[in-house]
Design a protein around this ligand. Structure first.
Ligand SMILES: Nc1ncnc2c1ncn2[C@@H]1O[C@H](COP(=O)(O)OP(=O)(O)OP(=O)(O)O)[C@@H](O)[C@H]1O
Ligand SMILES: [Mg+2]
Length: 339
């Protein structure tokens, strides 16, 4: 992963990009984007379809060059035509949104080994690295190395494309929707491994995602792109706490936050600014134990607890351990409300 750096490893200032510039089909995609990636951070880039996320991150390894503005990677200015772009690509590993754009070789092992062999790394080390990279994405080396890349599912292709970038051991890993098309278990395993690489090995990670659960789990910083400009920049806590005031961002809350909001609207004194799974579990447990329930509050609950349960709720269908319905007796109501 290279040595650990201090400060900002990648900065973007006033970046503009127009596809097919100077033609009648010109399509502006980025308008004055500013962004900073501190070394060792995990940054999420989110936003609507077509907001410019892929265009932006394709500037990070020099695949797209700044038409106006600047991108600086470890001090190297990518607007400079003389910049050593091969050196930049060794530092910044970019995994495309579409894995088929990234896979060229016929066999999985050859495809993953291609980059490091081209860099002149000895075969024995390439094999060690390929085993490690395939392990990170959950592919068995012996089982997969001779599989045909043409005869793979979309999720397998995505894993191979990611392994083919990890094997280069970049300092910055840039992922465009890394879990799209993966089954829930592969998705969870991959997120956990990316998180480990970031938290334990200090790998700087930038990822594009439409999934707020992923953002809540992985990111320490979030940029929201809207129509080619940065509409919000902050921590996930700041973002999820600002959603009511910022409907313009068109960002949804992670499911845990929705659960806490539903509890809150029913009079439970839960902290709706908490959003990670362990935090949400703590709040729900506190509510369930009666510590945060409306019965404990001086004010009556704002939600109508006699109303029919909503789809997620269902306490009216739940039985107490002794088999009684929780609302069966008037004297039980305080307890039932305290849940
Ligand atoms: N190769 C291209 N030629 C012309 N226009 C393009 C090209 N690629 C993207 N665009 C346009 O640039 C804008 C930004 O596209 P981009 O792919 O960066 O969006 P995105 O945020 O990654 O979207 P998604 O969430 O769908 O992946 C869109 O209006 C898109 O139509
Ligand atoms: Mg995209």
């Amino acid at each position: 992963m290279g040595e650990s750096n201090r400060g900002d490893i990648l900065t973007v200032s006033n970046l503009h990009h127009t596809y097919l510039q100077g033609t009648p089909l010109a399509q502006p995609a980025l308008f004055g984007v500013n962004l900073v990636i501190p070394a060792g951070s995990c940054v999420a880039i989110i936003g609507h379809t077509g907001s410019g996320k892929s265009t932006l991150i394709q500037h990070f390894n020099g695949l797209l060059r700044p038409q106006m503005g600047e991108v600086v990677v470890n001090g190297a200015r990518l607007s400079n035509p003389q910049v050593d772009i091969r050196a930049i690509r060794q530092q910044v590993g970019l995994v495309f949104q579409n894995p088929e754009d990234q896979i060229f070789e016929r066999l999985v092992g050859d495809d993953i080994a291609y980059g490091p062999l081209k860099q002149g790394i000895p075969l024995s080390e390439v094999v060690q690295r390929a085993k490690w990279a395939m392990g990170v994405v959950g592919l068995d080396f012996d089982e997969m190395k001779n599989r045909s890349t043409f005869a793979m599912s979309g999720g397998e292709k995505r894993k191979v494309a990611l392994a083919g970038v990890l094997v280069l051991r970049p300092q910055i890993l840039v992922l465009d929707e890394p879990t799209a098309g993966l089954d829930p278990r592969s998705r969870r395993d991959l997120l956990r491994r990316i998180r480990d690489l970031n938290r334990s090995e200090g790998l700087t990670v930038v990822f594009v995602s439409h999934n707020m659960e992923e953002v809540a789990y992985l990111a320490d910083t979030v940029y929201v792109l809207a129509a080619g400009h940065i509409a919000f920049h902050g921590t996930p806590r700041e973002l999820f706490g600002a959603l009511d005031e910022r409907p313009d961002l068109q960002v949804g809350a992670p499911p845990g936050v929705e659960i806490l909001r539903a509890l809150h609207s029913r009079g439970y004194h839960v902290d709706t600014t908490r959003f990670t799974v362990p935090e949400v579990a703590e709040e729900v447990a506190a509510a369930a134990s009666g510590q945060r329930g409306p019965a404990a509050a001086a004010e009556p609950p704002s939600g109508d607890l006699s109303a029919p349960p909503t789809a997620w709720e269902g306490p009216a269908h739940r039985r107490e351990p002794d088999g009684r319905h929780p609302h069966a007796h008037a004297e039980d109501r305080g307890d039932a409300h305290g849940r």
